[in-house]
Write a protein that binds this ligand. Structure first.
Ligand code: SF4
Length: 322
């Protein structure tokens, strides 16, 4: 592990002032960053510990629940207002990570965790995300875990957060604070596709902090389905966050479908949602949604299995909502 300076500011003003320095990095739960630093994947001269900032609260709002950026995953999942008004969110958080990690990891940190691409996490391998211009070892390497939609010739890594998938289905809003002031960013504008700059993963500006996430209560019926290689602590091979509202005769009035494990960002599929609107949630409608979802898929050598897998996962999730 490299040497670095450590500061723990007590105010956001001080945190932002420290965060504008080159080589500075914020830390919250540390469940991802410390591993990256130990493995030599990331190097930082100054670590700014955010845990003294007043960003821990979980607060009911008129439209839903506001999650402080430093709220722990376990606390959010167990919060009575979250369980009552946002059951999909609680279900998703409990499907992510181990109990130990959920006790330490924060909402803001979860959204900013780095990809699990093994070439990214091996500092000896070429990786455009870790070292722009060095190449992408996954394009013709072992790409079983990689994207089938939304990748580029520069990067095909998938986003690892379960939480981000649920927040994408829920149309959450991310609140940030930087030297230019406060901003609100819709979750669907928060993440960036890799294009030719895979090192730029989010809309956050240099030194900017996540302060909170607003999650609206939709009243829709939902389910988070995570397919993983083993039932214990593991990242998703594919995942589905499905929210449905049906009207008279079981006809679908509203559908929101977001997916993990298939794209470099939490993937919302308007095409798949359209296939469900105005129809009963029968096998034909569900199959049409799956086809629409995977129409743009461009699998690589080792991950073509994700196309039928994500369609089956969608069918299972929606089947449970009938
Ligand atoms: Fe790096 Fe992305 Fe290629 Fe993985 S897929 S090696 S993260 S550039």
């Amino acid at each position: 592990m490299q040497n670095f300076a450590y500061r723990a500011p007590a105010s956001t003003t001080d945190a932002l002032r420290l965060g504008t320095g080159t080589g500075a990095r914020y830390i919250a739960g540390g469940t991802d960053l410390l591993n990256l630093m130990k493995d030599g994947v990331q190097r930082h001269d100054l670590i700014i510990d955010l845990n003294r900032l007043p960003l821990h609260d979980i607060t009911p709002t008129t439209t839903g629940v506001r999650l402080g950026a430093l709220a722990r995953m376990a606390d959010v999942a167990a919060h009575p207002q979250v369980r009552r008004r946002l059951p999909l969110l609680a279900e998703t958080l409990l499907a992510g990570a181990s109990p130990q990690v959920r006790n330490a990891a924060t909402i803001g940190g979860n959204l900013l965790q780095r990809t699990r691409c093994w070439y990214f996490r091996d500092a000896s391998m070429p990786c455009n995300k870790r070292e722009p211009g060095s190449g992408c070892a996954a394009q013709h390497g072992q790409n079983r875990w990689h994207a089938i939609i939304g990748g580029s010739a520069h990067c095909i890594a998938v986003h690892p957060s379960d939480l981000a998938v649920a927040l994408t289905a829920l149309d959450a809003t991310v609140h940030t604070l930087g030297s230019g002031g406060a901003r609100t960013i819709g979750i669907r504008d928060f993440y960036r596709l890799p294009g030719d700059t895979p090192q730029v993963e989010t809309a956050l500006r240099s030194g900017e902090l996540i302060t909170a996430v607003d999650v609206p209560s939709t009243g829709l019926t939902g389910r988070y389905l995570k397919v993983r290689d083993r039932a214990t602590f593991e990242f998703a091979v594919v995942s589905v966050a499905a929210l449905i509202r049906t009207g008279g005769g079981g006809v679908v009035r509203e559908a929101r479908l977001a997916f993990g494990g298939i794209a470099p960002v939490p993937w919302r599929s308007a095409e798949a949602e359209r296939q469900l609107i105005g129809r009963r949630l029968d096998d034909a409608a569900i199959e049409a949604a799956g086809r629409a979802l995977t129409l743009p898929a461009a699998p690589r050598e080792h991950n073509a299995f994700k196309v039928p897998l994500v369609r089956r996962a969608l069918a299972t999730a929606l089947g449970g909502l009938r």
